[in-house]
Design a protein around this ligand. Structure first.
Ligand SMILES: [Ca+2]
Length: 510
């Protein structure tokens, strides 16, 4: 890289400094525990060569583009300046958007980490996972996970096309070895198995403070238990590891798939000292800006490696933002988990519920030079699981036919082809275990009555919103359109039956 700058020319000396400090920390850890594997050592020692941006030695197969999905955690739809934030300047992500396309009608597709990530990797609504058992938020005490014997991950399918795959960052699909990424066909995993707020400070659902310190895992081995200072440094480490992975594949001339699931902006919003107070809206804003900086470094590195033209880069969040104050979290982490409820959002509600748009509609950007038109915006409804099918088709891989795959090929939409329409006439808002909370058809959105789940209260009567006029879902028009309510309630029943009977969703296209 030229100096310590990101794609916008901003200085990131503090991040380099924090990486160097991390190198020291981890060398000390290595001495203490002698558990550090070769990968860790090579990644840390490779800082200087990474900084030089060594170009690839072998020509990559241009028919097989690399794929990088930068998966943010709990970032709000409008908490990026390119998506309308007036409080958070995300200049590197904005730059990514300027070089690609913004998708303004993108569904995560679930409202919490575990089901959303399961869906991304399998192309299926999460309630279908594990033969219909579904997956919901997992804890360090959980014995369950996404079962590789029952699910086929994108990594496993891309491998047959010559791809090397890595997940770097948060996993959250089961922390026991039989559920970790290597068991799902990933060649590399560097990260934490569950969220950064599932450490000993957290009482959570366990009713005690007996949770262990967050483990940092390489492959399937725990190399370190993270304290709060370590957690603040993890995004830098993950960025470094991502660059290392890119570099190694570039040297080999192999196509790669990288899911960089950095932990920002999941609570606690710890950042290195250089980032404290960088935003004007507190710890959450600082965390978004830290995330933004890591995106800039990745993009700058790709360009220096001359890989950016043959790499699809997707940026999205796994679910909506934390919008309600949680006394339990505040008690654990203070200002690093205290939500500013006065801040207005474009969408109603947020993380934990699929009833309103704020839980599942998130910012999404795709950059692919020569294919995705620069500086464009698209409002067709697409879902996170569509990337599963689309990436596989681009790579020339087979889509599994022995199970229902909900994800559709959205390449025509990515290309901005004239007349390219959403492949989802109906879209469902499910919890990970199959509680249906909403149904969308076109601009009609029905909040389905039923019991509450996490942040959502029980709902006695259906609510209907016209998203074309009321994106914030403030005006319930159910009484004005009883036929629409009935149609969507019928679709809700059909959707539930489709999930229950392992069938495609209503109106799903082949
Ligand atoms: Ca999340």
């Amino acid at each position: 890289m030229t100096g310590n700058c990101d794609t916008q020319g901003h200085d990131y000396s503090s991040m380099v400094s924090s990486i160097c400090q991390m190198k020291t920390n981890y060398n000390q850890m290595k001495l203490r525990y002698n558990k550090c594997n070769i990968l860790l050592a090579s990644a840390l020692l490779g800082i200087s060569s990474l900084a030089n941006g060594t170009p690839p030695r072998k020509q990559q197969n241009l028919q097989k583009p690399n794929i990088i999905h930068i998966l943010a955690d709990d970032v709000g739809f409008d908490d990026l300046s390119c998506f309308g934030s007036k409080h958070i300047l995300s200049s590197n992500i904005d730059h990514l958007a300027a070089e690609g396309c913004k998708f303004t009608n993108f569904m995560a597709p679930h409202a919490t980490c575990t089901p959303s990530r399961a869906s991304l990797l399998t192309g299926r609504y999460a309630p279908r996972i594990n033969n219909g058992a579904g997956v919901d938020v997992l804890w360090p005490t959980s014995k369950k996970g996404m079962d590789p014997k029952q699910e086929i991950s994108i990594a496993k399918l891309l491998k047959k096309q010559g791809y090397t795959s890595a997940i770097i960052g948060k996993w959250h699909l089961g922390h026991l070895p039989q559920f970790l990424p290597l068991a799902h066909g990933f060649d590399r995993f560097v990260g934490i198995p569950y969220p950064n707020d599932h450490g000993p400070e957290r009482s959570g659902n366990t009713g005690s403070k007996r949770l262990p310190q967050i483990p940092l895992i390489y492959g399937d081995s725990i190399v370190k238990r993270c304290d709060n200072n370590d957690l603040a440094e993890l995004p830098a480490l993950f960025t470094l590891e991502a660059c290392q992975f890119i570099q190694e594949n570039a040297k080999e001339g192999k196509p790669f798939f990288l899911q960089l699931s950095n932990i920002e902006t999941h609570t606690p919003w710890f950042v290195p000292k250089g980032f404290e107070g960088r935003s004007t809206i507190g710890a959450y804003g600082d965390a978004v800006m830290y995330l933004d900086q890591t995106v800039g470094i990745i993009m700058n590195y790709l360009k220096k490696m001359k890989l950016d033209k043959n790499t699809i880069v997707v940026f999205s969040s796994d679910n909506g933002p934390l919008v309600h104050r949680y006394p339990e979290l505040e008690a654990c982490y203070g200002k690093y988990a205290t939500v500013d409820q006065d801040r207005e959002h474009a969408l109603r509600d947020g993380k934990y519920q699929a009833r309103f748009e704020g839980g599942t509609r998130v910012a999404c950007i795709v950059r692919w030079p020569g294919v995705v038109k620069e500086g464009t915006s698209n409002n067709e409804l697409i879902g996170g699981f569509d990337f599963f099918t689309t990436f596989l088709k681009i790579a020339g891989a087979e889509i599994p036919t022995d199970r229902v795959i909900d994800g559709k090929d959205i390449l025509p939409i990515l290309k901005g082809e004239e007349g390219a329409k959403s492949p989802h006439e109906v879209f469902y808002g499910y919890t990970g275990h199959g509680l249906l909370q909403s149904v969308r058809k076109g601009n009609w959105k029905l909040a389905v009555p039923g019991r509450g789940h996490w942040a959502s209260d029980p709902l006695a009567e259906p609510l209907l919103f016209d998203l074309s006029k009321d994106l914030a879902e403030k005006k319930n028009v159910a009484k004005d359109y009883p036929k629409v309510v009935k149609e969507l309630l019928d679709l809700a029943e059909k959707g539930n039956n489709a999930i229950k009977n392992h069938k495609p969703m209503p109106f799903a296209l082949d």
